[in-house]
Design a protein around this ligand. Structure first.
Ligand code: DX5
Ligand code: ZN
Length: 219
């Protein structure tokens, strides 16, 4: 499976609807929404009101990535605002299992994200409780950073672990520094969902930028 999820972190916030429509026409599969609180990560973006504002402007699923402390306090609000799936950071959840079930109770697929320095052991005991695992391929907080090469091994190990545990249907998402050079490597390692911010939004031809991330598109 190869899902391309442009991250609106790199879009023009003053014309979000227009930028989202542009990537939708360009063949994007999901819209990745980066929520940052200025505490869990050193950057501040937006909250549920912006999710609610963009919701009527696209048919695509809104893939909400919460880079916030105490995500359990906001899960219901993001769900009501129109999130189609919600991913929380393992590092931000004291009671990860409980938070994942809160997401599922809202009727949404639950995701857990791991920072580059967080071992896969952090998700080993919640494999039955997740629908997606997001492997951060940069330290979260900003767009336009360099892909951390070791991440490909982590994705490979995670794919093996999911197979061994009979949970191969769990999607593996990668986020940070994904471009036409890194996309084939990380896909070969077993990633299903590729998030890309700057690689898509820095190009005027968004359709070509998205195509370049697809299998064979880099050629
Ligand atoms: C990083 C965010 C990413 C970011 C990726 O903290 O979670 O989604 O937008 O940006 P690029 O693709 O530019 O590395
Ligand atoms: Zn993200």
């Amino acid at each position: 499976m190869s899902i391309i999820a442009p991250s609106i972190l790199s879009a023009d916030f003053a014309k979000l609807a227009e930028d989202i429509a542009h990537v939708e026409r360009g063949g994007a599969d999901w819209i990745h929404v980066d929520v940052m609180d200025g505490h869990f990560v050193p950057n501040l973006t937006f909250g549920p009101m912006v999710v609610q504002a963009v919701r009527p402007h696209t048919q695509l699923p809104l893939d909400v990535h919460l880079m916030i402390e105490h995500p359990e306090r906001s899960v219901a609000e993001f769900a009501q605002a129109g999130a189609d799936r919600i991913t929380v950071h393992a590092e931000a959840c004291v009671h990860l299992h409980r938070v994942l079930h809160m997401i599922r109770e809202q009727g949404l697929p639950a995701g857990v994200a791991l920072n580059p320095a967080t071992p896969l052991a952090a998700v080993e005991h919640v494999l039955d409780d997740v629908d997606l695992i997001l492997i951060m391929t940069v330290n979260p907080g900003f767009g336009g950073q360099q892909f951390i090469p070791h991440s490909a091994d982590k994705v490979r190990q995670l794919r093996r672990l999911l197979r061994e545990r009979g949970r191969d249907e769990v999607l593996i998402e990668v986020d940070g520094g994904i471009n036409a050079e890194t996309a084939p490597l990380i896909r070969a390692a077993g990633a299903d969902v590729l998030v890309a911010g700057s690689a898509v939004f820095s190009e005027t031809d968004r359709a070509a930028a998205i195509h370049a991330l697809r299998p064979g598109g880099e050629a």
